[in-house]
Design a protein. Structure first.
Length: 268
């Protein structure tokens, strides 16, 4: 039996394989649905910024945050940052990733909120001096940690820092009220889900590179728990929203296609 010694077929097949792998890599790298790489929020977009900036004292600019601030501490997925009833030791800002805030026993957990980059964790424990819930990382995340004792000591000595702390807490209270108002008193499951998607879109817009595409690290069970819906109800609503052209689902990514109609739904 004669076998062709010509190398052309082998070269041609090898070239096709290499080209296929090349274009697959290109497509994956530009896909808006690919899981995002770690990206830290800019300090100027972070809620903790008022107490991280230099303060003025006796005509001098002082960077006091070095005494009470630890930056970009890595937190593994599933790690508890603090637990309900634990004595207050620090408050935190999310640098990257996301967290869920929850209460209740292991068999009956209620998720009361989520936190995204630039948002605070534990600031509501400053008055009772105990954390009001558990904070658990939903994915590989990072935080900036502020030691409350050292912060308070410095704030007592530097009036400008004390004023900045008041600004921080006032701003956080305003954001919390906005978030609460966006979800409270919704009349239907549809309006509740639409309000949730729009709220997350607004809160994460300051660090996303592509508008209206949300990457949600939390599970569908977590979202349903937070909204007070059954898992099956949430899945049915998401499928219906997609069928009606309001959103596009792709794994943990959700593209908001019709903001106007979603906003209309929140008023139903």
């Amino acid at each position: 039996m004669l076998v062709s010694s010509s190398p052309e077929p082998i070269i041609f097949q090898t070239t096709l394989i290499l080209l296929k792998k090349y274009f697959m890599n290109i497509n994956q790298s530009i896909s808006p649905f690919s899981e995002p790489t770690t990206k830290y929020i800019a300090c100027e977009n972070c809620s903790m910024e008022p107490i991280c900036q230099p303060t003025n004292q006796a005509d001098q600019s002082l960077l006091l945050s070095a005494h009470y601030l630890d930056k970009r501490i890595s937190i593994k997925a599933g790690t508890s940052l603090f637990t309900k009833g634990e004595s207050l030791s620090a408050m935190y800002a999310v640098c990257s990733g996301s967290f869920k805030l929850c209460m209740g026993s292991q068999d009956n957990v209620k998720i009361i909120n989520f936190r995204f980059p630039g948002e605070l964790l534990g600031e509501d424990a400053l008055f009772p001096q105990k954390y009001a819930c558990d904070a658990i990382a939903l994915e590989e995340s990072s935080i900036c940690k502020v030691s409350v004792r050292e912060l308070t000591s410095n704030a007592n000595l530097v009036p400008d820092l004390q004023a900045n702390l008041v600004t921080l807490l006032s701003r956080q209270s305003y954001f919390n009220q906005q978030e609460f108002a966006s979800l409270i008193a919704k009349k239907s499951a549809e309006s509740l889900l639409a309000a949730f998607l729009l709220n997350v879109n607004m809160r994460t817009s300051k660090y996303r590179t592509i508008a209206n595409i949300l990457y949600l690290a939390m599970s569908r069970e977590n979202i349903a728990n937070f909204l007070g819906l059954r898992r099956e109800t949430l899945s049915r609503l998401l499928s219906r929203f997609q069928k009606e052209g309001l959103i596009l689902l792709n794994g943990k990514s959700i593209t908001l296609l019709n903001l106007e109609q979603l906003t209309h739904l929140t008023n139903d």
